[in-house]
Design a protein around this ligand. Structure first.
Ligand code: 0PR
Length: 370
């Protein structure tokens, strides 16, 4: 039955932010499949390894003594951040300011928490408009969200400015680096220095960064990071009856994968910074090849030069829905946004796939122009 599923190895999956997990991470995951961090008293060593994983990733994010957990994904991480910010806020504060490009997990968070999302338009660079953020802040605002690697285009918001605003107004700033967290730190020095987004900015209170995207870890592995244990404990539930003894949960789910933390820990040790730098370098080289190829095709354009391995393709001769339909008919699985097609050059995408895709795009546009 599974023959009907698409496989990453086919190179046909061009619009996904997930990839085939690294073989070693998958091996570790499979080996420790039964570990349950919902009852950490039974698995104290696994809990310690989760702590170390959070510490290693925290260090990458500019602060080794962060609090946090390896969770089910970016959605849970974003919900946890907003939940904590809401619990830390004053009464009558019920508004969250988010960029128009925010992932739909923030809609889920707002709905679950009975809060209102105030959406802010983007500027010409597809970043959130800072002056509009300033205007939108009200006494009801308890959180601002900035994105480091937007779902639609991989764009990084001006997080430095958002952090200043958050500090001035004493508001929680959550940075959604679900995708970008495993890309930005591994870009070339000159590139990453332009993209400040983490705890090195004192106004940043929490960050989402997912190992199961560009971290090449098995699903489910999201990451939530809080600047301090005090912030994380705003969503703590304590109970005593478990067979592992008294415990505290700071996640939505109860029973949860310990293998996810073990696989992430192992993958970080296995790759090190240089391993991830190589992965990102390869993805970026192919991204630039894709961009160069698109620019050569009459009728197609990239939406904006990419910051990371996410490319938006638009057309001035073809309705984007029609173009996506034709691309999909040729068996390329791309993501479709209102005005563009999204390609994510994940580690499973190789040069022949990009060249085959470009050839098909050329063919589609030529047939239309004729
Ligand atoms: N934040 C950002 C910026 C995201 O892009 C995503 C997911 C999330 C949070 C939520 O993460 P989880 O999906 O782990 O909860 N972005 C991808 C997207 O919506 C998710 C995805 C992954 C979609 C693989 C398709 C796919 O094949 O495009």
């Amino acid at each position: 039955m599974l023959g009907e599923d698409l496989a990453y190895e086919s190179g046909r999956i061009l619009g996904s932010m997930c990839t085939k997990p690294h073989r070693f991470a998958a091996h570790v995951y499979g080996k420790y499949i039964e570990k349950n961090l919902g009852d950490p008293g039974l698995f104290p060593a696994t809990q310690q390894i989760e702590r170390e994983t959070i510490q290693m990733l925290g260090t990458l994010l500019g602060k080794s003594d962060v609090a946090g957990h390896i969770v089910t994904g970016g959605t849970e991480a974003n919900i946890l951040a907003i939940w904590a910010a809401r619990n830390l806020s004053k009464t009558k504060q019920d508004e969250i300011i988010v960029p128009a490009s925010a992932h739909h997990s923030f809609d889920k968070a707002a709905d679950l928490l009975g809060c209102k999302l105030v959406r802010i338009d983007l500027n010409d660079n597809f970043q959130v408009d800072i002056s509009a953020i300033r205007e939108a802040i009200s006494p009801r605002t308890f959180a601002i969200v900035g994105i480091a690697g937007t779902t639609e285009l991989g764009i990084v918001d001006p997080i430095t400015e958002l952090a200043e605003i958050a500090e001035q107004h004493n508001i929680h700033l959550h940075v959604d680096a679900a995708f970008g967290g495993f890309v930005i730190p591994f870009l070339e020095k000159a590139e990453k220095e332009k993209l400040e987004f983490d705890f090195r900015l004192s106004g940043v209170s929490s960050i989402t960064m997912d190992p199961h995207k560009m971290g090449m870890c098995p699903i489910p592995a999201g990451g939530i990071f809080f600047r301090s244990e005090g912030m994380a404990s705003a969503i703590s539930t304590n109970f005593t009856y478990l067979c592992g003894g008294e415990t505290t949960h700071q996640t939505i789910v109860g029973t949860r994968s310990g293998a996810a933390s073990l696989a992430t820990w192992a993958m970080l040790k296995h790759q090190g910074r240089s391993g991830y730098q190589k992965i990102v370098k390869r993805c970026m080289e192919l991204t630039y090849q894709l961009v160069a190829g698109i620019e050569e095709i009459k009728g197609l354009e990239v939406v904006i030069p990419p910051t990371m391995n996410v490319v938006g393709i638009k057309s001035d001769i073809l309705d984007i829905d029609v173009l996506a339909q034709k691309v999909r008919e040729m068996k390329w699985a791309v993501a479709l946004f209102p005005k563009h097609i999204r390609v994510v050059v994940m580690p499973h995408v190789k040069a022949p796939h990009i060249h085959g895709f470009l050839e098909d795009l050329r063919h589609i546009t030529e047939t239309i122009r004729r």
